[in-house]
Design a protein around this ligand. Sequence first.
Ligand SMILES: [Zn+2]
Length: 152
Amino acid sequence: MTRTGPDVAAPPLPSLEGLTAQFYEHCRREELSFQRCSGCDRWRHVPRLACARCGSDAWSWQRSSGRGVVFSHTVIHRALHPGFDEAVPFVCAVVEMDEGVRMVARMVGVVADGTAMLADAAVEVVYVHVADDVVLPAFRLPAAEVRGDGRR
Ligand SMILES: [Zn+2]
């Protein structure tokens, strides 16, 4: 198959528009922030205009602790986009943050051999610079819990 265009093989980047742009602007500064409802104090993610709990449209960005636990995870063995051909296999996780929101992100520093048991593992955010103006949050096991071979 012939691929054309300069960026065909580059991994896709988030669309930096609206509230999504605001979320990634925090990431670009290596800060993980989520919206927090001014009506009921509940944190939320992904970014949206109103609170799903109380309906309030008043909110602010508040900085996350950057810590959470793995709610679920999977090992990606087959790249579904040519931009990830060199990256597979890698681990993708749903992380339940200390603030109660869940987010999907890549795990770094974890051996993606399909045997790593990450359920309920404590993780912390790290920042991956993928383009000049785009920084993606990812997660790793806290340094104290990682042995020399990268496993827990
Ligand atoms: Zn609310």
